[in-house]
Design a protein around this ligand. Structure first.
Ligand code: HEC
Ligand code: HEC
Length: 249
């Protein structure tokens, strides 16, 4: 091998080694730019969704599933009321219904409430259903809208009857289970606008004497504490209560 050829060989070798080193570096650089594969299951414990508590997760499911297209609710205790009033306000649903009822009701509303307009959410995963139950279970008085009490006495009742009914509402303990304005307990429906529910006086009387008799389906489903019978009250007291209820507008 001549000296010149030897020189060329060394040069070629040098160029090859340099190119190899550069290629290796380039590859390392390329790798550092490419992202790791996204986790396929979003509920992996270390994924952003997996880090949420069931309640936080339930709030997302609630918003995503379109519950607000039929229900009014507050998403946080002090936030404004959002949604549409096709179904009942969910403000105190968490106190009124137990976990088992809530879960079953999402899967098959018609089974628990025949003729219900609510659609089934059986397409949700078991985990999403649990999260939804956990979220709706926190709906309590703090989520309740505070409404103004407005009394408009229908002509068939007297001011006296309404005042007597109002006093009975407190003395008979109705207030312990029903909210009127901003006072009351959450076990029964909010009665601030009871006069607008479209109930007749006869329905109200019958309901007060025996609440279960007027429901198609027993209202005790998932309700821990159903409304007691008020059949020991005089006819006059019952009429006074009805006068008060029907004046709440
Ligand atoms: C198409 C309208 C509609 C949609 C959408 C809907 N609901 Fe309902 N919902 C109703 C109606 C009507 C009722 C009353 C009859 C019944 O209990 O099934 C109801 C009742 C309820 C009750 C019982 C309240 C109580 O105190 O008795 C809960 C809780 C509830 N819905 C939660 C939800 C949640 C959570 C979603 C979303 C996953 C949802 N709903 C979506 C119409 C709807
Ligand atoms: C232990 C709790 C409790 C007490 C006390 C109670 N209620 Fe109720 N009330 C309920 C529950 C629960 C329901 C609803 C059942 C359901 O959701 O199907 C109800 C339903 C009602 C309704 C029906 C509203 C409607 O039109 O759908 C009226 C009116 C009512 N109560 C008035 C009264 C009056 C008046 C008193 C006192 C004399 C009273 N309640 C005492 C728990 C109670």
């Amino acid at each position: 091998m001549t000296r010149e050829r030897w020189g060329n060989f060394v040069l070629a070798l040098f160029v090859l080694i340099t190119l190899g080193a550069l290629a290796a570096q380039g590859l390392a650089l390329w790798e550092s730019f490419s992202y790791p594969e996204p986790a396929r299951e979003s509920h992996k414990p270390d994924s952003p969704l997996g880090k949420l508590t069931p309640i936080e997760r339930g709030k997302l499911v609630f918003q995503g599933a379109g519950c607000l297209s039929c229900h009014m609710a507050r998403l946080e205790p002090d936030s404004p009321k959002v949604g549409f009033p096709v179904g009942p306000s969910l403000s105190n649903a968490g106190v009124r219904r137990d976990e088992k009822w809530l879960r079953e009701h999402y899967i098959d509303p018609h089974k628990l409430v025949p003729g219900s307009m609510m659609n089934s959410f059986s397409y949700l995963s078991s985990e999403e259903l649990d999260a939804l139950v956990a979220y709706v279970k926190i709906f309590n008085l703090q989520f309740e809208p505070k409404e103004e009490v407005k009394l408009v006495i229908p002509e068939r009742f007297t001011q006296e009857q309404v005042e007597r009914g109002k006093a009975l509402f407190t003395s008979q303990g109705c207030i312990g289970c029903h909210i009127i304005g901003s006072v009351g307990g959450p076990l029964g429906p909010n009665l601030t606008k009871a006069g607008r529910f479209g109930r007749t006086d006869e329905w109200q009387l019958k309901h007060l004497k025996d609440p279960l008799s007027v429901y198609v389906l027993g209202p005790t489903d998932g309700i821990p504490w159903p409304m007691p019978k008020f059949d020991k009250l005089s006819e006059e007291d019952l009429r006074a209560l009805v006068a008060y209820l029907q004046s709440l507008q």
